[in-house]
Design a protein around this ligand. Structure first.
Ligand code: AMP
Length: 543
């Protein structure tokens, strides 16, 4: 672990990406074949191989164990972590102060990997003992990076794509070949092993080796969807269920979560294989509870999760189906490089009924048709609609513009602008990043920021207004007279200390200016609390 910890320290110390990648490459090139997968995963900050249960070690458990071990008060360790801005550094400092036996046990990286993989599989006491053993063997710098790895906060600037570059450099391989291998294998560790062996050519997808799912880019309106997909789109309902990858080899069906974990046991109904399917298949889709020809709420589906075995009553009351909207491998052939339209044709082999079925879809050409589709998707009880580029290939793990989602907003608020910052890129020179507030008990309280939704003409006009009405400038923020009222839509609301109103809005966007309202008519903090409570209220259950 020592070499890894020193490498991570070096990488964190470099400011240039090139130097970081070079340091990582030198370390990877020095690894033996049995440690290279672990080395690559640890560098990328993902300590566990895919499919391994999470460690179940939180910050609080770690603080307890290390404080006890280092003979310090929990409070002292936490204080030091706050002062240093990082628990790992505080842990290293604590251990540095301890007398150490010069013959202290070493901490081989293989032992670390093995112990981390066991943490999520054992009970609480055993977990604590494993951690004590690891930290007991660790030198201060090893303990620092062990802590960071466990907390998922390596913060060296070395995400998986940089590790891919380091592998390319270490093994003199084109980075595109490495990226593709990583995409197909779904594991930077396995990719490193293959790169070291020079064995990247023959990789294909394989049933029961899940890959990361393709993601959708959020849009605010059908007009925006249309601008992104100007050559037309394949439109589908956006189901309010759980994303799943359905894998089938010759015999067995398994279903994997978005985190690539096997969660087949929650959904025994979808282990059946449609008659027409032969050979190996990998489908991408959504698990939804389906009663009387209709999808039920996400709340109903949630009752199925987190159980070792689904009780018969739930199987009867809340039966699930798997709706496939994409196919990555069909009858033993990889399809991820085929255009979506062709993948959709392969999906036609699936039935339109039954526990494993294809999702209905339609091709649309213009904004009006997209709007109509979206409205009927909402009317049918869906979360919204997803629009996809018919020519696009399947890009695992990417949130590109090839898939665009349009959701029904959770709600809207009428807010007033209290501050503005200069925009970037296309909006450079315009005060386009707006801070908005709602009414508190006796004053306005900032509730969030919005960047998008107004036209260029509106922003240009507002920039002039904000310049003339700046009351104070703090850093890059101009505080302005609160007289511009906006309607803001958002997808979700969560408690947060990021803004004084105590909530954070997810994906806030400006719907329009409200010229008809005055400041004392805008929404209040109480409205925010109500929206939050409504959103968290139990949803209507099936049956
Ligand atoms: P969100 O969770 O709001 O970011 O939306 C993305 C999620 O929508 C995906 O991860 C899927 O689980 C889900 N989804 C539902 N229907 C579709 C669809 N037709 N195409 C793609 N994703 C979908």
């Amino acid at each position: 672990m020592r070499a890894l910890a020193l490498t991570l320290e070096t990488i964190a110390g470099h400011s240039s990406t090139e130097n970081k990648v070079q340091a990582a490459a030198a370390y990877l090139a020095s690894q033996h074949s049995d440690g290279i997968a672990i080395a690559a995963r640890f560098l990328a900050g993902t300590p566990l191989p895919p499919g391994t249960p999470a460690t179940k070690v939180g910050r609080s458990t770690l603080v307890d164990i290390i404080a006890a071990f280092g003979g310090a008060e929990r409070r002292t360790l936490l204080k030091r972590a706050t002062a240093r801005g990082d628990l790992g550094t505080a842990v290293a400092e604590l251990l540095e102060g301890l007398p150490r036996d010069s013959g202290a046990a070493r901490l081989p990286i293989l032992l670390v990997a093995e112990s981390l993989a066991r943490l999520g599989r054992v009970g609480r006491d055993r977990r604590a003992r494993l951690l004590q053993e690891l930290f007991g063997r660790a030198t201060p710098i090893e303990a620092k990076y062990l802590t960071k790895l466990l907390l998922g906060s390596l913060r060296t600037g070395m995400q998986a794509s940089r590790v891919e570059e380091a592998l390319a450099l270490a093994f003199d391989t084109p980075v595109d070949a490495i990226r593709r291998a990583h995409m197909l294998l779904g594991d930077i560790g396995a990719t490193a092993e293959r790169s070291a062996r020079g064995d990247l050519e023959t990789i294909t997808l394989r049933a029961h080796r899940p890959v990361r799912v393709m993601l959708a880019h959020p849009a605010e309106s059908a007009a925006q969807v249309c601008a992104l997909l100007s050559d037309g789109a394949i439109a589908e309902d956006k189901y309010d269920g759980i994303r799943a990858q359905w894998h089938r080899d010759d015999k067995v069906v398994r279903v994997y979560s978005r985190a690539l974990e096997d969660f087949t046991h929650f959904f025994p109904e979808i282990r059946s294989i449609p008659d027409a399917m032969h050979g190996e298949w990998i489908l991408d889709g959504e698990v939804v509870v389906w009663v009387d020809g209709q999808a039920m709420s996400f709340g109903t589906l949630q009752r199925r999760l987190g159980r070792k075995q689904v009780p018969l009553t739930l199987l009867l009351d809340a039966p699930v189906i798997f709706i496939a909207f994409d196919v990555l491998r069909a009858d033993g052939y990889d399809l991820i490089d085929a255009p979506l339209l062709q993948r959709k044709q392969a999906l036609q082999q699936l039935p339109s009924e039954g526990p494993v079925r294809r999702a209905p879809w339609t091709e649309l050409a213009d904004e009006a048709a997209m709007n109509t589709f979206f409205d009927s998707a909402i009317a049918a009880g869906n979360e919204g609609a997803v629009f996809k580029d018919p020519k696009s290939t399947y890009q695992p793990g990417r949130r590109g513009r090839a898939w665009v989602k349009l959701k029904r907003p959770l709600g809207t608020l009428d807010v007033v602008v209290t501050g503005a910052e200069w925009g970037r890129g296309k909006r450079a020179g315009l005060l386009s990043d707006l801070i908005f507030a709602v009414r508190g008990s006796d004053q306005l309280v900032d509730a969030g920021r919005a960047y998008s939704g107004l036209t260029d003409a509106e922003i240009t006009e507002l920039t002039v207004h904000f310049k003339e009405n700046t009351v104070r400038t703090t850093g890059s923020v101009r505080r302005v007279t609160p007289d511009i009222i906006l309607e803001v839509a958002f997808d979700d609301v969560r408690p947060s200390d990021r803004h004084p109103a105590g909530f954070a809005l997810r994906f806030p966007r400006i719907v329009r200016r409200r010229l008809d309202l005055s400041v004392d008519e805008i929404s209040s903090v109480t409205d925010l609390v109500e929206l939050y409570e409504q959103a968290r209220a139990p949803t209507v259950e099936a049956g």
